[in-house]
Write a new protein. Structure first.
Length: 239
């Protein structure tokens, strides 16, 4: 069987976990294949995330040889760690070395929030306060009000794959802000897609996650508009 007969996504992902690529394999529609390039990730802080982003550019050189239809840098904070516009800068750099259209998780996030007409966002993360502050500023500079951002305090990337849906659900519930019109669970390293519909039913508002928005935007870039069952986001069109 030729697995990428509709489209092939080239996913550049931190080496420590499996959630990013497994979510793509599990939820991508029939005929869409995901090919993965793993890159070394040392620490979830400014220096570690900056180094990760640089490795994404180098990783793209290898992954491009498989001729994917789209390249994706699947990391939230790694594609925003240097502030507003950094996601676009990274996409352009990866495109230059690969010759292939490129998106990042952060670009997908902004497009998802716009598609949902979000204005006030509550954010739950596994990150430290330092990284949360950078993410908060990025979202605010992108035109959204962050009504709260709360993390688990992790700086070791090996902790991300151990983070459960239950933990992120509790973190969100315990810090709920009634004024929020959208909930964002941040980090491609955590496997929480199974909790999206449960959280939307409980919290009565759209819930988006890093892997969900990345897959959604990647498929839209490939002109694939199927609803794969991952919450409200897949029921709306991209802006």
């Amino acid at each position: 069987m030729y697995y990428g007969w509709r489209a092939k996504i080239g996913l550049i992902t931190p080496a420590n976990g499996t959630a990013n690529e497994m979510d793509f394999h599990r939820y991508a529609p029939e005929g869409v294949a995901t090919m993965t390039q793993r890159i070394f990730f040392e620490k979830v802080d400014v220096n570690g995330l900056s180094a990760l982003a640089e490795r994404a550019v180098e990783g793209a050189r290898i992954l491009a040889s498989a001729n994917p239809d789209l390249l994706v840098f699947g990391c939230t904070t790694g594609s925003l760690i240097k502030g507003y516009g950094y996601d676009q800068e990274l996409s352009e750099r990866i495109h230059q070395v690969s010759g292939i259209k490129t998106i990042t998780t952060t670009t997908a996030l902004i497009q998802a929030l716009r598609a949902l007409r979000s204005k006030r966002v509550l954010v739950s993360t596994p990150y430290s306060d330092e990284v949360n502050a950078i993410e908060k500023k990025f979202l605010e500079d992108s035109g959204f009000e962050v009504v709260g951002i709360h993390g688990l305090g992790y700086t070791n990337p090996n902790m991300m794959p151990q983070t459960t849906t239950e933990q992120m659900h509790k973190l969100t519930r315990d810090n709920m802000e009634p004024s929020a019109d959208t909930i964002f669970v941040s980090c491609t390293g955590i496997g929480v897609l199974d909790g999206i519909n449960i959280m939307e039913a409980e919290f009565k508002r759209p819930v988006i996650t890093s892997n969900q928005v990345t897959l959604w935007y990647a498929l839209r870039q490939l002109s694939i508009h199927e609803d794969v069952g991952l919450g409200t986001l897949f029921q709306v069109s991209s802006s």
